[in-house]
Design a protein around this ligand. Structure first.
Ligand SMILES: [Zn+2]
Length: 261
């Protein structure tokens, strides 16, 4: 159950000067109520959307009081998000996309299926096509390249680090909030039958960070949790996992708000 309410939380003038009609000093807050929640929680997205997650019993006055107690934190997060907006592609000639960590420029007039050369992704489109047609062509091109690339990389790393377990299935899809998951059942012979679910966005990352995600998932083959054993295993598979995690935060912030639309 979601409803949108407006709260009178005055934002710093500077952060809103360009986008707020004069005199409007409120922000929209989505209140999401769920029977399973026991306490109030706040979330500010990378796009600056504010959400309060609330139990059913919390009424609007309760939510307002909660927001008021966290006013400074909310304002700081919203101002921050607005000052550093995530990447928003322009769907059309001259827009850009990410591929293997590089920014790729979109161009029309390409051959069927599209082709990437010298940082330009040429698609069989023209200025007459809609933003939606451009987006679909870019994502279809991305998927065609990403599927074989991610499958073969996952298989190679699995072969290097996870034998004698078996990689049963690789499931590739666009996901909104996670890079990948690893599931596995132990067979009668003690080996695991592993299913990897991987985000197609992985192909937009620099290859070293794509590998860092794959190695994280492969560390789960032996440890299906985030316990101490898992981190010991991860440190063996990828000694630089900490610095890779920091870099991945940047990419998550850049790509996932887009994926969530
Ligand atoms: Zn994990």
């Amino acid at each position: 159950m979601i409803h949108r309410v407006q709260f009178d939380l005055p934002l710093p003038e500077a952060s809103l000067a360009d986008e707020t009609p004069a005199g409007r000093r409120v922000i929209d807050v989505d209140v999401v109520r769920s029977p399973r929640r026991r306490s109030l929680a706040l979330h500010v997205s990378a796009l600056g959307r504010v959400e309060v997650r609330a139990p059913l019993w919390a009424d609007t006055r309760e939510v307002a009081a909660f927001l008021d107690r966290h006013r400074a934190w909310v304002l700081r997060k919203v101002a921050d998000a607005r000052a550093n907006p995530p990447w928003e592609p322009e769907w059309g000639e001259g827009g850009h996309w990410f591929w293997r960590g590089e920014s790729v420029q979109l161009a029309g007039g390409g051959a069927r299926g599209g082709a990437l050369a010298d940082g330009v992704l040429a698609l069989p489109l023209s200025a007459g096509h809609t933003a939606r047609q451009w987006r679909m062509a870019v994502q279809a091109w991305h998927r065609r390249q990403a599927v074989p690339l991610l499958e073969s990389r996952a298989q190679a790393l699995f072969g290097e680090h996870c034998l004698p377990h078996r990689l049963k299935r690789i499931d590739l899809r666009w996901m909104r909030a996670t890079w990948g998951t690893c599931a596995g059942r132990r067979g009668a012979d003690g080996r695991r039958d592993v299913t990897l679910r991987l985000n197609l966005w992985l192909a937009a990352l620099p290859p070293v960070l794509c590998d860092a995600i794959l190695l994280h998932e492969l560390a789960h083959v032996e440890h299906m949790n985030h316990g101490a054993g898992f981190y010991r295993r991860l440190a063996v598979l990828n000694p630089q996992w900490r610095e890779h995690d920091v870099a991945l935060k940047h990419w998550s912030r850049l790509l996932f708000p887009l994926a969530a639309r």
